[in-house]
Design a protein around this ligand. Structure first.
Ligand code: NAP
Length: 278
C-alpha cells in the first residue's frame, strides 16, 4: 500500500488554515537564510507558499555570505523578544564558515519550530513535551494515520543526521520499538535492513535501498530527495521495492509534504502557546 503523504498533508494543512482563520492576529514564521544555495531557495519558496496558503505570515530574512555571525545572532535575539514572531527557523545548510549549532541555540526554545536546539533535543530524548523536528514528526504522523503498531517492532533507520535520523531514534523508542541506526561506517548495511519491520531511509543517495535488502511485508519510509535531470528520486528503488513492502512512501508525495505540514503545525502550536500564556 502506498502511504499518501500528499493527501494526509492536505487535510492537516486545511485544518490549520481553518484554525488560523479564526485568529485576530496572524501567526508569523521567520526563516533565516544565509547565502544563495539554489536548493535552499527552492525549499524557502515552498515554505513561503505553504504559509501563505495557511494564512501564516512569512518573514524571510536573507543574509549574504559575508554577514557577520554576530549580526545574525542579534537578529535572532530580537525576534525571540518579538511577540509577533511565533516561529524561527534557520534554513540549512549554511556556509561552512558559520557555526550552525551555535546560531541555532540562540533560537528561543518555544520558537524553535525545527526542534534543533539542545533543549528541545534533550527533552525529546527524555520523552518530554517539546517541539519536534518536522520530518521525523511527519513520519510519525504517517505511522499514526495508517495505524501502524510500533510496539516491539524492529525499526532500522539509515542516516544519523540531527534533522532526521537522530530524532527518529527517540520517537520510535518512545513508542516501544527496538531501534537500530545505520550510517556510512556501518558494515554490511543489508544485514540490518533485512531485519527491519520498519525501514526508514534518509541518506541522499538514489536507490541505495534495493528490493533484495528488505524483507517481505516490511514498511518502507523513504526520506531521500535526489535530483537528476529535472526529476526527483528517493533513496529506495520504489518500483521494485513496492512489490515486496506492505507499506511504502513514494518520492515525491510521501514524507516531503508531511514535513511542510508539520512545520505549519509547529508554528500554529507556538502561536497558541504564546497567546494563551499571556
Ligand atoms: P545528511 O545530513 O547528509 O545525512 C546523511 C546520512 O546518511 C549520514 O548519517 C550518513 O552517514 C548516511 N550515509 C551516507 N552514505 C551512506 C551509506 N552508503 N550507507 C549508510 N548510510 C550512509 O542528510 P539529511 O539531512 O538527513 O538528509 C538525507 C536525505 O533526506 C537527503 O536526500 C535530503 O534531501 C532528504 N531530506 C528530505 C526531507 C523531506 O522532507 N523529505 C527532509 C530532510 C532531508 P554519516 O553520518 O556516517 O556521514
Amino acid at each position: 500500500m502506498i502511504m499518501d503523504g500528499k493527501e494526509l498533508s492536505r487535510k492537516i494543512r486545511e485544518e490549520i488554515r481553518t484554525e488560523v482563520k479564526s485568529y485576530m492576529i496572524k501567526p508569523c514564521l521567520a526563516v533565516i537564510q544565509i547565502g544563495d544555495d539554489p536548493a535552499s531557495n527552492v525549499y524557502v519558496a515552498s515554505k513561503e507558499k505553504a504559509c501563505n496558503e495557511a494564512g501564516i505570515y512569512f518573514k524571510h530574512i536573507k543574509y549574504s555570505e559575508d554577514t557577520r555571525e554576530k549580526e545574525i545572532i542579534n537578529k535572532i535575539v530580537e525576534m525571540n523578544n518579538d511577540e509577533y514572531v511565533n516561529g524561527i527557523l534557520l534554513q540549512l545548510p549554511i556556509p561552512e564558515k558559520y557555526n550552525s549549532e551555535r546560531i541555532i541555540n540562540y533560537i528561543a526554545r518555544n520558537k524553535d519550530v525545527d526542534g534543533l536546539t539542545d533543549i528541545n533535543v534533550g527533552k525529546l530524548l527524555n520523552n518530554k513535551k517539546c517541539l519536534v523536528s518536522c520530518t521525523p514528526q511527519g513520519i510519525m504522523e504517517l505511522m499514526k494515520h495508517y495505524q501502524i503498531d510500533l510496539e516491539g517492532k524492529n525499526v532500522v533507520i539509515v542516516g544519523r543526521s540531527n534533522l532526521v535520523g537522530k530524532p527518529l531514534i527517540s520517537l520510535f523508542l518512545n513508542h516501544n520499538a527496538t531501534v537500530s541506526i545505520c550510517h556510512s561506517k556501518t558494515v554490511n548495511l543489508k544485514s540490518y535492513t533485512l531485519n527491519a519491520d520498519i525501514l526508514v531511509v534518509a541518506v541522499g543517495k538514489k536507490y541505495i535501498i534495493t528490493e533484495d535488502m528488505i524483507k517481505k511485508d516490511a514498511i518502507v519510509i523513504d526520506v531521500g530527495i535526489n535530483r537528476e535531470n529535472n526529476m526527483i528520486y528517493g533513496d529506495v528503488d520504489f518500483e521494485k521495492v513496492k512489490e515486496k513492502a506492505s507499506y511504502i512512501t513514494p518520492v515525491p508525495g510521501g514524507v516531503g509534504p508531511m514535513t511542510v505540514a508539520m512545520l505549519l503545525r509547529n508554528v500554529n502550536e507556538c502561536y497558541k502557546k504564546m497567546n494563551t500564556s499571556k
